[in-house]
Design a protein around this ligand. Sequence first.
Ligand code: MCN
Length: 800
Amino acid sequence: MTVESVDPGDVDAADILGSAIERREDPALLTGNAEYTDDIQIDGMLHMAVVRSQYGHAELGDVDTSEAEAMDGVHGVYTYEDLTSDETPGAGSFALPTAWLLDSLKQVEHPVLASDRVRHQGDGIAVVVAEDRYTARDAAGAVDVEYERLDAVVHPSDAFAEDAEQIHDDAEGNVAFDWEIGDADKTADAFADASHTASIDLENQLLIANAMEPRAAVADYNPGTDELDVAMTTQNPHVHRLLMAGVIGHPEHKLSVRAPDVGGGFGSKIHHYADEALVAWCSMMHEAPVKWTATRSETYLTDAPGRGHETKAEIAMDDDGNIVGLRVDTKANMGAYLSTFAPAVPTYLYGTLLSGQYDIPAIYGHVKGAFTNVPPVDAYRGAGRPEASFLVERLVHLGAKEMGMDPVAFRRQNFVPDDAFPYETQVAVVYDSGEYEKPMDEALEMLDYENFREEQEQARNEGKYLGVGFSCYIEACGLAPSELAGQLGAQAGLWESSLVRMHPSGTVTAYCGTSGHGQGHGTTYAQIVANELGIPYDDVEVVEGDTDEIPQGMGTYGSRSAAVGGSSLVKSAQKVVEKGKQIAAHQLEADPDDIEFENGQYSVAGAPDRSLSMADVAGQAYLAHDIPDDMEPGLEETSFYDPDNFVFPFGTHAAIVEVDPDSGEIEIERYVAVDDVGNQINPKIVEGQIHGGIAQGVGQALYEGAEYDENATLLTGSMQDYAVPKAEHIPEMETESTVTPSPHNPLGVKGVGEAGTIAAPQAIVNAVADALEPFGVDHVDMPMDAESVWSAVQDNATAD
Ligand code: MCN
């Protein structure tokens, strides 16, 4: 079903929440009226370029900046020594924040510019500040760097090899952390008693985010006030302000961080990178505005890639096809340094989802993080949850095969039953609500599954190989309840904050600490606030992404904005309504308990003609001569909302593919997606998020993958080599939804921003495995290009 969008003017105020109204942000974005960071022009602005390591791993020798310094238009060239010299602003260790999220972490220093060794290609060595960006880049090219090459490691298994080159002296064996979840003994017993097992050995490849807008920053230091303003491509300005304040040694209250329009992030703009700190430092150094915009090649070299797992896992069943155990051993690539939130990804966001949609009595997960010579690895759309869902759904596919059962029947038999919610898994989380058969049934009907099996049989007889693959995914989003995060060991909670300000005329500006970068928050947040206050949608303006305007915030990632930011707005708006009730009672000379509020009107119970509108009340709040004696004037409220659980969206995606075993070509014939993201604030935006997510999941399944040679040199460093799917590569998506509200937030919403990406890859890989069953091919690692599929068929033919 395609959701038809509607003009907000055609929607009754009472129906605004849940309406598929058009995105209000689109006109500016589509007509060139958006303001991206690189659009910012300030008189006297200088430009920065970074000298980057050509090699994946090397000792640094002499860094000769003299030629660059002598070039016309160059204002300065700096290395690590300059940054840390006592004569320069904010001099300190100039190290990026080390992730603190895991107890067993091996902390290693990550200098903003390399001090004595480079650990990945693209590692910063020096910066140039010049009059224009071309001169800056030319001068960066003129810096002469002496390297002494070292052996490099790319994959976690290489990093853990006995004779592997050490990447950090103080991280023995290149181990970044060693983490486990679940019960090892109980799971071992379950496997010992099981009558059937199936196993898999897979790689979940490294992916690069490819946001439309590369990372960029403009810093503007005012020596008169000591204020430093930084506009940058960020998903979480307040968090960046806090981290940057520490890195550059500038007080947080004298630093403001603003996200202009941001052209996508997909996780890559959450973390604190060296470049943004360097721009800020250079602006202070030169007492002038300084801009840096990454080239596309720089984003390939330095944006944190995501995924990068090597996993061996097994599933155990009893004679009746009940899953009795799941055991996972994962080596996770962390890259050259620990990126800001990186250790949380292959642990809390991965291990806690290993139960999938299934009632599994014994689970054990072991994850070892590896330092390697690829760029620091961190979140990429889904972050940890796609890896878990991929693994579980691949194992379930193989488990069904081992049992000789239909994959649908096997899943159905093992689903967490509807009456088991809230459901406590064996991996530390409690699922909020779910009806897992509903989306599955809907998907089966859309596919006409029974007939498909006959069609498949007939096609095989004609030498045509069709396959169907299912993905019954679950994810955890709405990051993150502080208490639960603390219990898991993350030592950090992720509440969200908002401010709802009613103006005297009755219109509203709503501020939220999330920071949308393509998700349509301007639209959905206005729907939420208009609904709570009972005022017209057009009377609500939404502000995000600016530390000067918004009291506090945690940002946008982990599909948290609707569930946590949206709930915070509900809370603030409800406080406004409550204060308004006191004013209305005073004006109407009634007891506050007798005041009813509906559709933006306060009225006295039983006397509906005695009423005041929200706008009337707002006016009174600011006129202030006739409000309750003990009341402060004004009508605005702030809240910090800390959820009491994650939310757990789920659904069933299914793909039908045709595979040509002679060429290895895969054609996706159909793609069906039935998602349950709880109540939907705006079904059109939900559909758009699902579409975008699936496109990225298809990219992972069939096309994308960051590849490095044995020296850790990136082989896929441009769009010519890194295959982002184009429109023609994306199948038509047939989407439907079911609605199981979450009991954990006032909107009953679950997140949608990552669902498609989490769901899609395993639907396609399972479909390919199904198609190739006659050839005995159980698994093909992603991206499943024609050569790897063809090789899998050939290898098996040879094995026979
Ligand atoms: N929504 C809704 N009903 C729901 C849930 C969400 O109408 N039940 C709406 C929300 O109000 C919001 C949008 O859907 O407008 C996405 O909401 P949510 O799932 O809360 O996700 P976030 O807004 O927190 O966005 C983060 C998520 C993530 S983690 C990645 S990665 C991602 C994604 O969003 N990156 C994106 N979608 C993206 N879309 C674009 N265009 N660009 C990116 O970089």
